[in-house]
Design a protein around this ligand. Structure first.
Ligand code: PRP
Ligand code: GLN
Ligand code: SF4
Ligand code: MG
Length: 495
């Protein structure tokens, strides 16, 4: 196996799932920024369940922070903790690691990160992944930086420290011009929150406005679902390559620190990561997923009795498939609501058990029926293989898998923790080999063009200049993952 991920700074590859990413949130101009941030992070919990943190600033008590492993609801609901976080301005982060330590192993890698500069303190929360982080870290360490964590995101703080600019937003601009890869960042100073998206806008970030007893407050969030929970109004998306600097006094100012580029938003946000009640690119994620299901039904029809989703993320696509095909929709698999979005399993047997703990077949419904199972993705095939066994055990006559994304054949280096390439089913098997491996009657994936049509690109994917990042399907990386290439990762062109 190629050891293209190993470096002293890399995590141990102990996990096999395509996991979520991180969620970032910030607010200014409210009486208790920590309460708003805790609510916002709770709404973004699907983006990261390993750990969460909040940093606030209060004119009298200065900066304070709490960073903990686990869920927001367990860490940021008790009064004692919240009393430690006073102030009208704050930012927060929920983490799924892509770099540095994984899981609940090193609290020092939990964000937001904080730095004290000549002009005052600043904290940053980062969603994404820096593709030249190893190179930057080496350079910074050689020049005297003392790192506190093993996270890629910490490089930004050190780059800011080395900048000669006189204020924090300008130092951030300097720092981020050196950073490659994907970043949606929410940062704060004593009086301002700052939101930035990388030039390609790979990760989402939105701006909201919240009226409260203290007047008008401003909010930055990974997704709009976190605006809803605090009663904030969705104003707009932060644009790719844009930096907004927001204070209660001056409102929102927009800056363009980078050279303008054509955007390459992550197409998988539409398929899986974002919450279905969020708005992305002017459209509800739910609506897009239903469209994906409709496209899939057009591309890959099959005669069957029932369309059943693999809950939760397969549900809207299954509804779309059913509406388009006219085959009735049914809840053939029931999800245990007490299981988190992703069950992190250390071994194959526990992994299989994880699927059983989370999903169960509705036996009475599927017996003797030809079932179409719709899921959003097949990564390693653990979920699909187990579900197929369970549904055949329950007496289904046929099982047809329909997948709402193309085969995942390449790792993501932009903020989603994917297994090594060798562990991705589609990296080593053709669609027919995967069908045999999973032991199903048929297996079809939506085409890349079909997916583009479903997200609103009527002409499909423009191969000369793709409208989205789709590297995990196409191997076409919009930013070269330079650290990985140095460690031996083979790009498609090199194969
Ligand atoms: O092929 P695999 O390696 O099994 O990975 C693919 C599965 O993982 C995800 O589900 P997950 O259970 O993580 O989250 P969900 O509840 O949001 O669907 C995804 O929705 C697929 O069902
Ligand atoms: N998923 C993410 O966006 C992770 C952010 C950052 N790279 C970390 O590992 O903490
Ligand atoms: S590689 Fe896939 S998951 Fe990663 S940013 Fe691109 S489309 Fe999204
Ligand atoms: Mg799933």
């Amino acid at each position: 196996m190629t050891d293209w991920r190993s470096s002293p700074f890399d995590p141990v590859d102990d996990d096999d799932k395509l996991k979520e990413e991180c969620g970032v949130f910030g607010v200014v101009g409210v009486s208790s920024a920590a309460n708003f941030t805790a609510l916002g992070l709770h709404a973004l919990q699907h983006r990261g369940q390993e750990a969460g943190g909040i940093v606030v600033h209060d004119p009298e008590q200065g900066f304070n922070s709490v960073r903990r492993f686990g869920y927001v609801r367990d860490n940021f609901t008790n009064q004692e903790t919240m009393d430690m976080l006073p102030g009208p301005i704050g930012i927060g982060h929920v983490r799924y690691s892509t770099s540095g330590s994984k899981g609940a192993t090193a609290i020092r890698d939990v964000q937001p990160f904080f730095g004290e500069f000549a002009m005052g303190g600043a904290a940053i929360a980062h969603n994404g992944n820096i593709t030249n982080a190893d190179a930057l870290r080496r350079e910074l360490i050689e020049r005297g930086s003392i790192f506190q964590s093993s996270s890629d995101s910490e490089c930004i703080i050190h780059l800011m420290a080395r900048s000669l600019q006189r204020n924090i937003p300008e130092r951030m601009k300097d720092a981020l011009r050196r950073v490659e890869g994907a970043f949606s960042i929410v940062a704060m100073t004593r009086t301002k929150i700052i939101g930035v998206r990388d030039p390609l806008g790979v990760r989402p970030l939105v701006l909201g406005r919240v009226e409260n007893t203290d007047g008008v407050g401003w909010v930055l969030s990974s997704e709009t679902c976190a605006l809803d929970i605090i009663g904030a109004e969705f104003i707009r998306e932060i644009e790719p390559g844009e930096m907004v600097v927001i204070s209660q006094k001056d409102g929102v100012t927009s800056h363009r620190p980078f050279e303008q580029k054509k955007s390459r938003f992550c197409i998988f946000e539409h398929v899986y990561f974002s919450r279905p009640d969020s708005i992305l690119g002017g459209r509800s994620v739910y609506e897009t997923r239903e469209n994906i299901g409709r496209e899939l039904a057009k591309e890959a029809p099959v005669d069957a009795d029932l369309v059943c989703p693999v809950p939760d993320s397969g549900t809207p696509a299954a509804i779309g498939y059913s509406l388009e095909s006219g085959i009735p929709y049914a809840m053939g698999i029931i999800r245990n609501q007490y299981m988190g979005r992703t069950f992190i399993e250390p071994s194959e047997s526990i992994r299989n058990m994880g699927v059983r703990l989370k999903l169960n077949v509705n036996r009475a419904l599927v017996r003797g029926k030809r079932i179409i199972l719709v899921d959003d993705s097949v990564v390693r095939g653990t979920t699909s293989r187990k579900i197929k066994e369970m549904i055949l055990d329950a007496g289904a006559a046929e099982v047809h898998f329909r997948i709402a994304s193309p085969p995942t054949a390449w790792p993501c280096f932009y903020g989603v923790d994917t297994p090594q390439r060798e562990k991705l089913l589609a990296a080593t098997m053709s669609a027919e080999e995967m069908r045999t491996h999973l032991g199903v009657d048929s297996l079809k994936f939506i085409s890349l063009d079909g997916l583009y049509r479903a997200v609103g690109e009527v002409g499909g994917r423009d191969p000369a200049s793709p409208q989205y990042c789709d590297a995990c399907f196409s191997g076409d990386y919009p930013v070269e993952p330079s650290d990985q290439v140095l460690k031996g990762f083979q790009l498609k062109a090199a194969e």
